[in-house]
Write a protein that binds this ligand. Structure first.
Ligand code: BGC
Length: 446
């Protein structure tokens, strides 16, 4: 066994998102979101599950904060439900929504837990969707106005802001494959959503800079660490295409490199060009303070005769219940890659975690060994990347507790705390004990 110590001041946190945990979807003036609509469409979500109650965090947030405090959590990343603040996405502000997040933030600070806010974690107000949602350029202004309201109200106490969570997921899965809200399947819709999401990010960063708010702001992307299935030059080229169509598509514009030429061509050739207007790329490239990295797995890539020129090769590592590989090396490897590619940005791992559906044993103990093993592995890799000079300042485990896993409903458990969906009791798993020890020692035993 070796002990890997993390740098002094490294921050340890947990992450959640509003629709996945809050419940209380009709309370205190909250407006309807695209997920409220989507979950009610037959066949969209496994078992017909909805986020109507979820973990009932809206009413139990104090208990959840106690739980975090008992584990030694130092920072908590959560998202604001846009429709609690603007029930219709824009127009009249709902004071009760703002007041809920005031209470949450104050309760966190009382326990010395630093809040980190995600402005958008996929729950677009339905009223904006009715006008075209992310396909409509006007959504970018609505987002900037909402961001400004949030900065004004919470900026005295919150100093870490994330504009968007994983734009590739809500644009592609929401608009091209349609497996997530709003459930559209259209390449042109996808192209428009991509550009408008990034533009909304850039506009919010501008508002933050112009308002002179304290603290730091960045974007969180979803990442897969792409690796070649063999050593051939064709496969190496396919890996680069995978990076273009996923990683560079969202990082490139933010870091001032523009969209990858391969992707621009792909959309243009199909008659659905990215709807770029003069000045947009400058807005999107407004400098950020950090990069949020979410990573769960790797992708083994091989060339393919399809529209993008690559595909996944058959997996070689054990599979997790989500269908992707258990690949703990991917976190450190991706961080090294992204640091090299974009000149060593400040990084927070805004999400990393494991789907492990272990249930309580006869004595009520939840010994989620896969999660514990992979947590050590992910952190060992991250430690190596930091030792090599990558500027990683903190790590958020996804998630504090089992919650609504989007189209999978409640069938996939990502929490270090078990949620009993019948009683809504929270029961810390063995991985929560391990994480508490990692935090206490600021390092991991491997
Ligand atoms: C998302 C979370 C999700 C997690 C686990 C990330 O893509 O940001 O909302 O629950 O992965 O699948």
């Amino acid at each position: 066994m070796a002990f890997l110590a993390f740098p002094e001041g490294f921050q340890w946190g947990v992450a959640t998102a509003a629709y996945q945990i809050e419940g209380a979807v009709r309370e205190d003036g909250r407006g309807v979101t695209i997920w409220d609509t989507f979950v009610r469409q037959p066949g969209r979500v496994q078992n017909g599950d909805t986020g109507d109650v979820a973990c009932d965090h809206y009413h139990r947030y104090r208990e959840d904060i106690e739980l975090m405090a008992s584990l030694g959590i130092q920072t908590y990343r959560f998202s604001l439900a846009w429709s609690r603040i603007y029930p219709f996405g824009r127009g009249a502000v709902n004071e009760q929504g703002l007041a809920f997040y005031d209470r949450l933030i104050d309760a966190l600070l009382e326990k010395n837990i630093q809040p980190a806010i995600t402005l958008y974690h996929w729950d677009l107000p339905q009223a904006l969707q009715d006008l075209g949602g992310w396909m409509n350029r006007e959504t970018t202004d609505a987002f900037a106005a909402y961001a400004k309201t949030a900065f004004n109200r919470f900026g005295d106490r919150v100093t870490r802001w994330i504009t968007l969570n994983e734009p590739i997921v809500f644009t592609e899965m929401g608009h091209r494959t349609g497996v997530m809200a709003p459930g559209i399947r259209d390449l042109g819709a996808y192209a428009r959503a991509i550009h408008h999401a990034l533009l909304a990010h850039g506009k919010a960063v501008r508002v933050f800079r112009e308002g002179g708010y304290r603290g730091e702001i960045g974007i969180t992307n979803a990442n897969t660490y792409y690796e070649p299935a063999d050593d051939s030059p064709e496969t190496a080229a396919a890996v680069e295409r995978a990076r273009d169509f996923d990683t560079r598509l969202f990082h490139g514009p933010v870091f001032g490199r523009g969209y990858p030429a391969t992707v621009v061509k792909h959309f243009a050739e199909r008659g659905v060009p990215l709807p770029i207007e003069p000045g947009d790329m400058e807005v999107i490239a407004t400098p950020t303070d950090f990069l949020g990295v979410n990573l769960y797995s790797r992708g083994l890539i091989q060339p393919a005769n399809n529209s993008v020129g690559f595909t996944y090769a058959p997996p070689r590592l054990p599979l997790l219940p989500m269908g992707y590989e258990a690949a703990p090396h991917a976190l450190g490897a991706f961080v090294r890659w992204v640091s090299r590619e974009y000149d060593r940005p400040r990084i927070y791992i805004t999400e990393n975690g494991v789907c492990d559906n272990t249930e309580p044993d006869a004595s009520g103990v939840i010994d989620d060994t896969t999660r514990q093993e992979l947590l050590r592995g992910f952190l060992a890799g991250l430690h190596g990347a930091i030792a090599d000079g990558c500027d990683v300042r903190g790590y958020y485990q996804w998630s504090l507790m089992d919650n609504f896993e989007w189209a999978f409903g409640y069938s996939k458990r990502f929490g270090i705390v078990y949620t009993d969906y019948r009683t809504l009791a929270r029961i810390p798993k063995k991985s929560a004990e391990l994480y508490a020890e990692i935090i206490r020692r600021n390092g991991v035993e491997v």
